[in-house]
Design a protein around this ligand. Structure first.
Ligand code: RIB
Length: 294
């Protein structure tokens, strides 16, 4: 099957800082690197690294040819990445010594998606293919509706979190993926309980407490543990979980096993600094799972 991903593509500017900047403070970074990032492309890299066929739908500026080259290098289909007359999106990623981050994004080309390109990209999609979505591009609602009309599964990562954005795609989402804070914000914003969300499947990731899956209709639930590791950089851990989870489901794993695969990949990611380039390969994840049997 195929995973289609309408997702952001950013140039990440990553600063290791002594602490996250405070209001009014000018702070000297200890180190600085740039690299490929964006929640969308991180998820595509994770899903492709996990061994799934991935078509990325997105946009870069004329300054973004390097990004398309790197994306293609992961084996991701780049034919539906448009080059538009706006700067490629970028992110300022500050990471503190505990591995926590604070991120500022400039959307740029990520907000210039084209409906014809989206429709073309998914014209060969079939029942059971997956559409991945996050909240860093335009056309999320149109993409979700197109996917559902074709019988695809729609996995929506509610990040960066915005109640309005989640509400607008909820009726076309088949699996809603959030972290604990996002799930609390969503329930408060919609004045509902997790178990009453109008979506077939919900996964809430809870850091060291693992991840919970819930079917709000039947009440069925499942839990996957997390793997204890020493984190040096939590950036893109959620993206790594999402991409590996989607790939696991795409490859026919049960939701529990797909969550374990995602947790293992995310655990390796947080032991490495960086974003797309720090996402582990499937071989690395398989070795990790063998060494950390549960
Ligand atoms: O989730 C991490 C990502 O968030 C970074 O790669 C950055 O580009 C922002 O989109």
């Amino acid at each position: 099957m195929t995973i289609y991903n309408l997702g952001s593509i950013n140039a990440d500017h990553i600063y290791n800082v002594p602490h996250l900047p405070r209001p009014g403070e000018t702070l000297a970074a200890n180190s600085f690197v740039t690299g490929l990032g964006g929640k969308g492309i991180n998820q595509s890299v994770a899903a492709a690294s996990a061994g799934s066929k991935v078509v990325h739908i997105g946009a870069v500026g004329v300054d973004g040819a390097w990004a398309i080259d790197q994306i293609a290098g992961y084996g991701i289909d780049t034919q539906y990445i448009n080059t538009v007359d706006t700067a490629t999106g970028h992110a300022i990623v500050n990471v503190d010594p505990d591995g926590e981050n604070a991120i500022v994004i400039f959307s740029g080309a990520n907000n210039c998606q084209h409906i014809d390109q989206l429709t073309n990209a998914m014209r060969d999609a079939v029942v059971g293919d997956i559409l991945l979505l996050q909240n860093e591009t335009t056309l999320q609602v149109q993409a979700a509706k197109t996917a559902r009309a074709r019988g695809m599964k729609v996995i929506y990562s509610a990040a960066p979190f915005c109640v309005k954005a989640v509400r607008s795609v909820l009726e076309d989402t088949t699996l809603l993926l959030m972290n604990k804070v996002e799930s609390e914000q969503l329930c408060a914003g919609l004045e509902t309980e997790l178990g009453d969300l109008p979506v077939p499947e919900v996964i809430v990731t809870k850091g060291s407490d693992g991840a919970d899956w819930l079917n709000p209709v039947t009440g069925e639930a499942a839990h996957a543990v997390s793997f204890p590791v020493t984190a040096v950089d939590t950036t893109a851990a959620g993206d790594t979980f999402a991409g590996y989870l989607a790939a696991g489901l795409d490859q026919g794993l049960s939701v529990e096993d797909a969550m374990i695969l995602g947790s293992a990949a995310a655990a390796i990611k947080v032991t490495r600094k960086g974003t797309a380039a720090a996402i582990p390969t499937r071989a690395e994840v398989d070795v990790f799972l063998k060494q950390n049997r549960i």
